[in-house]
Write a protein that binds this ligand. Structure first.
Ligand SMILES: C[S@@+](CC[C@H](N)C(=O)[O-])C[C@H]1O[C@@H](n2cnc3c(N)ncnc32)[C@H](O)[C@@H]1O
Length: 325
């Protein structure tokens, strides 16, 4: 599987390796690769190297001096890292136990193992987890230099969307007015506010807003964020014709909130609309919905993007659209 790496000239190899190690983002599970005049130094998937370093993905050999769960298991496991928590997706109870034993015996560092115990549920989009090892479901997760306190048993959060969030954050300019309609614990709100944008964030889950407020203060962006613990439909009229940019990250039902987003949209507003759609025709239905919201806005589609596979026949998509009043 391709591994996230920093690409350097050999002359910079050792100093870069030492820097990455001191930041805690050197990935000891893989060997450094020398290929066509460059070195490829493995870093952790959620690791953020200092700016200016060249990040690429390369196939690297596992570092056999470190014992990995895959060395101890007859089957393959995949897991996500959330701070010091391992998030497993192993529906078979025997395999989940075997995976836990292998993880504990391996050289991987973590404090807690959680296994998915339900689908994402209800308005708050929280899933149930079984605790397989450790004693806390709360952790601090780092994403592109920001720190997020999160408890996945109380709020929605997915580390898998980090690259997509970075794509949006990179587009934001200072003083922009950004409305994060379904903010969760703030993985869009916090980095966008740190770019000097003025952010309004809403979430219906009071626990998500508790974590959002902690993360706003942890990352020193209090000045730039107004947070509401409310259904976005209840506050939309207070922000009518306000936003330069809107983030709609509620992919299973964003469609039901398009009228709310169009109400919030200012004279010229970029909308980032997330949806779960059918693999064989991922964009047509949502683009048609965007064009049918009302007469007040011209809709120009700027970008259509498949973010990741969601199920064998479904994909998680983003449509970026310019709304002009
Ligand atoms: C898929 S999560 C996304 C959270 C966050 N943007 C992220 O990337 O981690 C959607 C969030 O929308 C919130 N939510 C659902 N319905 C809502 C509504 N009507 N108004 C405001 N927030 C809502 C949920 O509580 C949940 O935290």
């Amino acid at each position: 599987m391709p591994c996230k790496c920093v690409k350097v000239f050999p002359v910079d190899g050792e100093s870069t390796r030492v820097t990455l190690d001191s930041l805690g983002i050197l990935n000891h599970d893989y060997k450094i690769l020398s290929h066509e005049g460059h070195l490829y130094i493995p870093i952790t998937e959620d690791g953020t190297p200092p700016s200016g370093m060249d990040i690429v993905y390369m196939d690297l050999l596992p570092n056999k001096t470190r014992l990995l769960p895959s060395d101890l298991l007859p089957f393959k496991i995949t897991y996500d890292r959330l701070g010091d928590i391992i998030l497993l997706d192993e529906p078979d109870a025997h395999q989940a136990t075997a995976a836990t034993i292998a993880l504990l015996a391996s050289d991987i560092q973590f404090k807690t193992i959680l296994n998915k115990a339900s689908e994402i549920q209800g308005d708050t989009r929280v899933r149930k987890w079984s605790l397989l090892s450790g004693n806390s479901t709360e952790t601090i997760h780092k994403e592109y230099g920001f720190e997020f306190l999160v408890d996945v048993s109380k709020v929605y959060f997915s580390p898998r969307l980090a690259t997509e969030r970075k794509r949006i954050v990179d587009q934001v300019v200072p003083k922009e007015k950004v409305f994060d309609m379904f903010s969760g614990i703030g993985p869009f709100t916090v980095p966008i506010a740190s770019k000097g944008a003025i952010v309004t964030a809403t979430d219906i889950n009071d626990l998500a807003i508790d974590y959002l407020l902690k993360n706003i203060s942890k990352n020193n962006v209090e000045q730039n964020v107004t947070a509401h613990n409310d259904d976005v439909r209840n506050i939309a009229n207070d922000y009518s014709n306000w936003a330069d940019r809107i983030i709609m990250n509620l992919p299973h039902s964003a469609n039901d909130f398009l009228d709310v987003a169009f109400n919030i949209a200012g004279k010229k507003c970029i909308l980032h609309y997330y949806s779960i759609s059918e693999l064989d025709d991922p964009f047509t239905a949502d683009i048609s919905a965007l064009h049918n919201v009302g007469q007040e806005h011209e809709v120009t589609i700027l970008n259509e993007k498949i973010i990741r596979s969601y199920s064998p026949h479904q994909v998680h998509i983003c449509i970026d659209a310019l709304l002009t009043r």
